[in-house]
Write a protein that binds this ligand. Structure first.
Ligand code: PSU
Ligand code: MN
Length: 308
């Protein structure tokens, strides 16, 4: 059995599953290192891998350890990413440096998509994707996650985008890049903590099988690039958008006051929101990731075993 790329280290389990055409779900690691506090982050990472397995797919958490991009991690790797402050946040532009220097890196949605695609994994589960930041007309802060969605063939399951971003502009850029935005079972695009955002669902689908059908149709036509699969947070776990608005405005004001920019902006905002909500946002965040893991496993299974 040959590896998909000499620079990548796949676990035996992931390599075998891919070679046999069995469903595999990629998971990102910046959500672990820079998205949630320790130790809830490692507990979440272990639990989500378990949910993917219970729903019939193989989990492949992706990160860089000692300069080697890894597809599939053991418990020690997850613990290191969760607890070691020297782990670097790695988007696509950072990958070459972190690999060349032999560093540890946690991959963002963009970098995880790229490594998943090289490995032959087409389904990826996370919490929220990056997008166009508020005020981007001046700062030009637009996440490389969007660039990658425009060119790399992976379906990304998320609960939409947080309103730390400009949701309307994020949807506009996704449209420009030719990225299908599918909302599962809902008429509105969700805003992470809330099922609503004030923006309609660009496309609505009813099931994992339908998502898999759109993935196949896109790539069979030779249309390169990813898909956004937005899974609204379960109603029981929702925090109303109006309740989050004040918290988010305060976090954005603090960001401004501290003049935090570039790759540090998103991790700062995520951490500040957890502080300002006294942990309530973290509970909601973990709940939506669980729901996304269930949906992602179902999509990977439907994509691996077409019924038609
Ligand atoms: N949004 C979240 N949780 C996250 C992230 C974004 O709600 O953990 C992380 C993801 O790894 C995402 C990255 O890919 O932040 C985007 O960072 P930036 O905005 O710097 O591109
Ligand atoms: Mn940015």
């Amino acid at each position: 059995m040959t590896d998909p790329h000499p620079a990548l280290a796949l676990t035996d389990e992931v390599r075998t599953a891919l070679a046999e055409g069995r469903p595999v779900v990629a998971l990102e690691s910046t959500i672990i290192s820079h998205g949630m506090p320790y130790p809830q982050n490692v507990a979440m990472a272990v639990e989500v891998e378990g949910i993917v397995r219970e729903h019939g797919a193989i989990p492949a958490t992706i990160a860089v350890l000692d300069g080697t991009p890894r597809v599939g991690l053991g418990p020690d790797g997850l613990e290191k990413l969760a607890s070691d402050p020297d782990v670097v946040k790695v988007s696509v532009r950072d990958l070459p440096y972190v690999v060349a220097r032999g560093l540890h890196g946690a991959t963002t949605v963009a970098a995880t998509m790229r490594l998943a695609a090289i490995s032959g994994i087409r389904t990826f589960v996370t919490g929220g994707i990056g997008g166009v930041h508020r005020g981007a007309e001046l700062t030009m802060d637009v996440s490389a996650d969007l660039t990658e969605l425009g060119r790399t063939d992976v379906a990304v399951v998320s609960a939409g985008v947080k309103s730390i971003l400009d949701i309307g502009l994020t949807l506009e850029v996704l449209e420009t890049l030719g990225v299908p935005v599918l909302v599962v079972g809902h008429d509105e695009f969700p805003s992470f903590y809330s099922r609503s955002s004030g923006y309609g669902a660009p496309l609505r689908v009813g099931s994992a099988a339908e998502v898999a059908g759109v993935m196949r149709a896109k790539w069979d036509l030779g249309i390169e690039g990813g898909l956004v699969v937005a899974n609204p947070i379960p109603a029981a776990d929702e925090i109303p958008a109006a309740e989050m608005a004040g918290v988010i405005d305060r976090a954005l004001a603090d960001l401004d006051r501290l003049a935090i920019r570039g790759k540090d902006a998103t991790p700062y905002l995520l951490g500040r929101i957890v502080e300002l909500t006294g942990g309530a946002s973290l509970t909601a965040n973990i709940a939506l990731v669980r729901a996304n893991a269930r949906l992602g496993a179902a999509i990977a299974t439907a994509y691996a075993t077409p019924v038609d």
